[in-house]
Ligand binder design. Structure first.
Ligand code: AVJ
Length: 357
């Protein structure tokens, strides 16, 4: 999918460069192009008329959704965040050793709590520590920036509120850089989208730059399904919140009591599929553009996929996209992996004629 081949946005580049030069705590926003409400409405209409019905996961993260996701990460069944944080805590110093004093840009930073381990390791080695959290949620981003500012006053930081693809044109000017994409957020992409994303990222980075990627690994169904169906019902509220947002921003008038959360592991595709199920028939209208949508009893709307990975497969895949795997860190149960990848040189004499990019 070429959705990730964004054209450079000089407006955003200029803002960011200015903010970096001034070294003031700033949040830079992407250039005001499409009205966010129109963007949301169009995406919902497109997705609800598609077969199967789907909604784009990026819209899950409004202020409430981002807060609910933080609550998910604290649920006992949701092992991902805890496990990844422990891996980061154990290996952050080593990662800093391997990368040298790069800037750190974090995609989908959310609350940025796990990043503390990286920032500590960077600060401990001295020299300037420059951190660029990127998130679509301005609420999550401002809270994260305020938190980092108070915990790590020495960190030079510019928060960037935009979609992932909008930040790619900025990466070359941030080099040397480590791009962190944690939490297995990459699992939200379907396989072709993931490849397009990784290739675009590789193309945007300079040779030698780093990519720190967190991936959740294939495991027993019961553990996976529990993680996406927590007892306290937080994940269910997270799924339903997308429809709360449609009611608030698009005046949809959806009966929220007739929506339930459904998540199961599809072993054939090695992914958790997360949907909203309509328990009664209902019609609603989204404004703009005002089209009527009818949902039948039992109809599903897929709100997310969360892919689970196998190291022996994902590493060659990433290497085929222009990266070399430098180190792989994992936990004792091999539930989660943190991959330190490096942008391969465009031309490497050893590989000449073998794997040209
Ligand atoms: C933020 C995409 C990594 O897939 O585990 C958690 C989102 N959705 N519970 C995931 C999520 C429901 C999460 N990611």
């Amino acid at each position: 999918m070429d959705a990730f081949f964004a054209s450079p946005e000089p407006h955003l580049c200029r803002n960011l460069r200015d903010a970096c030069l001034r070294r003031t705590p700033t949040i830079v926003q992407s250039s005001p192009g499409l009205d966010p409400i129109v963007d949301f409405a169009r995406s919902c209409v497109r997705g609800l008329y598609a077969d199967p019905r789907t909604l784009e996961s990026r819209f899950l993260y409004d202020a409430q959704g981002s807060a609910l996701f933080e609550e998910i990460t604290r649920q006992p069944e949701y092992y991902l965040t805890r496990t990844e944080a422990a891996i980061l805590a154990a290996h952050a110093a080593e990662i800093r050793e391997l990368t040298g004093p790069t800037r750190i840009l974090e995609l989908g930073s959310g609350s940025s709590l796990k990043t503390d381990h990286l920032l500590k390791a960077w600060l401990e080695r001295g020299g300037p520590t420059r951190y660029y959290p990127v998130d679509v949620s301005s609420a999550a981003l401002s809270a994260a920036c305020a938190g980092i500012r108070s915990r790590f006053p020495a960190v030079e930081m510019v928060g960037i509120q935009c979609q992932y693809r909008e930040v790619f044109p900025l990466l070359a000017q941030l080099s040397p850089v480590l791009v962190a994409f944690l939490g297995s957020s990459i699992g939200n992409f379907a396989p072709p989208e993931m490849l397009a994303f990784v290739r675009t990222l590789a193309a945007a980075l300079r040779p030698g730059d780093f990519f720190l990627l967190g991936v959740d690994l294939v495991k027993e169904r019961s553990i996976l399904e529990a993680a996406y169906n927590d007892q306290a019902g937080v994940t269910a509220r997270f799924t339903r919140n997308l429809f709360v947002r449609m009611n608030r921003e698009l005046d949809a008038g959806i009966d929220l009591d007739a929506i339930e959360h459904a998540a199961w592991y599809r072993q054939d595709q090695e992914l958790v599929e997360i949907s909203a199920r309509f328990t009664r028939e209902q019609s609603f209208r989204l404004t703009p553009p005002g089209r009527v949508i009818t949902m039948g009893q039992g109809d599903l709307v897929r709100t997310e996929i969360s892919r689970k990975f196998r190291m022996e497969r994902v590493i060659p895949e990433l290497e085929g996209c222009g990266f070399a795997a430098e180190r792989v860190f994992t936990d004792s149960q091999r539930w989660f992996a943190l991959l330190l990848l490096r942008r391969r040189p465009l031309y490497s004499p050893r590989r000449a004629g073998k794997r040209p990019l």
